[in-house]
Design a protein around this ligand. Structure first.
Ligand code: ZN
Ligand code: ZN
Length: 254
């Protein structure tokens, strides 16, 4: 197993001119590793989804992190990836995209009072509501009444009509930003998925083999927002740039 002294990593200084601005920005902010917004912005600019597929696994660190490198024109740079946060974010996005909530039928459907614009919005996005567990009935009368026939069903979470209206708000917001998001979830469903994803993900403290580490890193390439877990914990940080790191060969042995 590889062991690395973090203090000595921090002391590594890179000399010589920096090749391009992107890398310089990424590297020069290592001292601000706690600044989440800045780190995310820089990662978005400098790490592409393809990069995750090409990263080489160096090894596991402290039974919680994966160290990997990315090849640059002039050498390598190294990243540290949180094994739990990354796996969790992947599982979360899968649940978010794919899960259709179970429903509980209402004995008496609830009439929904809406303005005509919201009625159109709902009719155009019926599947968003169905995925969230809100099934609707449309009356073909003059006033085009809409009735809520089901609420989402979950053991621990109680849903109400307010959660239905939250989705309308979210749809309105996403419509006005000109990129209508069909994967909208109300906040209670979102936090259910975050909890479920946490339970099903690889925990800190678990030793990982190369195959599993590779899968975790490559899974990040398919994510919409790979930079943090659903609870806001960072998944990946840039560690350093290795200008002359030539010891990396394909028969590298752990
Ligand atoms: Zn977790
Ligand atoms: Zn988390």
């Amino acid at each position: 197993k590889l062991s690395i002294d973090m203090d000595s990593l921090n002391e590594v200084k890179i000399n010589g001119p920096v090749q391009n601005n992107k890398q310089k920005n990424l590297f020069s902010t290592n001292m601000e590793i706690g600044n989440t917004d800045l780190q995310e912005k820089l990662l978005t600019l400098t790490v592409t989804k393809d990069d995750f597929l090409k990263m080489k696994i160096i090894g596991q660190f402290n039974l919680g992190f994966i160290l990997c490198t990315r090849k640059l024109e002039t050498g390598y740079d190294m990243f540290i990836i949180d094994q739990h946060a990354s796996d969790e974010k992947y599982n979360f996005e899968q649940l978010y995209k794919k899960t259709v909530m179970k429903v509980q039928p209402l004995i008496r459907p609830i009439p929904i009072e809406l303005n005509p614009l919201d009625k159109i919005l709902i009719k155009e996005n019926v599947e968003v509501f169905n995925k969230n567990g809100f099934n609707l009935k449309f009356e073909e009368n003059d006033s085009e009444d809409i009735f809520l026939e089901t609420l989402p069903l979950s053991e621990k979470t109680q849903f109400t009509v307010d959660d239905f209206f939250e989705i309308i708000d979210l749809l309105r917001a996403s419509e006005s930003s000109y990129k209508l998001n069909k994967d909208i979830r109300c906040s209670k469903v979102r936090s259910m998925f975050a909890m479920r994803a946490c339970r099903m993900s690889i925990m800190i403290g678990r030793p990982l083999n190369n195959f599993v580490m590779k899968r975790i890193v490559q899974n990040l390439s398919s994510l919409e927002k790979p930079w943090n877990c659903p609870h806001g914990r960072p998944t990946i940080r840039h560690l350093m740039e290795l200008r002359s790191y030539n010891s990396f060969t394909s028969d590298y042995d752990l």
